[in-house]
Design a protein around this ligand. Structure first.
Ligand code: CDP
Length: 227
């Protein structure tokens, strides 16, 4: 199935499997995958290393100027790098997860990330996942998917992911972090997490990856009249 050079936006709550689905779409249809959350995580790691965020998550105004020195990019394998350093593993840690939402709520941080996303996304034929891709970053995206799943399923998935990476999280902490992030992400003033009016909702609590991909394929066939 050959699909046109469109932009696909995949938004939704924390740990709903947005990136797994987006990566599968990218592989299947030969699209470029862009993970917007990785950039917010990269900025958060930078703020932590530069001591520009307090333990309670208060962001120092000095971060704005410091962002002028921050260089983030994806390598050929899609891993996030800060200059010459690969930071993919660090940005997925609980420490970064605990502070990313307050950082992502800061308007100049969002403007900084948005500029990068537009730069990376210039070539079209991209699938991007995040919280505000279909509402704020690419409101004209031709296909918008909004993902959700039960809290229990989401927490278990994130817990298993962290364990597989060698971390030793507590399930209660993972649940707490998902709730906190969803709350902050949905209630912030700038580009809050919400479903775009023209998004298709995918609740994947009880779906396999194959079923998910078949659902997307059906959607694309229906929307673009492809056989
Ligand atoms: O993988 P997970 O769903 O847990 O989160 P992520 O996509 O890595 O995003 C991490 C955090 O970045 C989110 O909780 C949001 O606070 C923020 N984010 C955002 O504000 N806007 C986006 N487009 C993407 C992420």
């Amino acid at each position: 199935m050959k699909i046109p050079d469109i932009i696909i936006a995949v938004d939704g709550y924390s740990s709903t499997g947005k990136s797994s689905l987006a990566k599968k779409i990218a592989r299947k249809f030969d699209f470029l995958y862009l993970d917007s959350g990785a950039l917010y995580r990269g900025v958060t790691l930078f703020a932590q290393e530069e001591m520009l965020i307090s333990r309670l998550g208060t962001v120092s105004p000095a971060l704005q100027e410091a962002l002028g020195r921050l260089e983030l990019h994806f390598d050929a394998e899609g891993r996030l790098c800060m200059g010459a350093r690969c930071i993919e593993q660090q940005i997925r840690s609980m420490e970064v997860s605990a502070q990313v939402s307050p950082v992502a709520a800061v308007p100049y941080v969002r403007a900084w990330v948005d500029e990068k996303l537009h730069e990376f996304g210039r070539r079209g034929r991209i699938v991007m996942d995040g919280r505000d891709i279909g509402t704020a970053v690419f409101p004209n995206a031709e296909l918008k998917i909004f993902m959700t799943a039960s809290e229990q399923v989401r927490a278990q998935r994130r817990y298993d992911e962290l364990v597989a990476k060698g971390e030793t999280p507590l399930l209660e902490e993972v649940v707490k972090n998902l709730r906190e992030r969803d709350y902050i992400d949905s209630h912030r003033e700038t580009a809050p997490l919400r479903q775009a009016a023209d998004a298709f909702v995918l609740d994947n609590s009880d779906m396999t990856f194959e079923e998910e991909l078949a659902w997307v394929q059906g959607l694309i066939q229906g929307k673009f009249g492809i056989q």
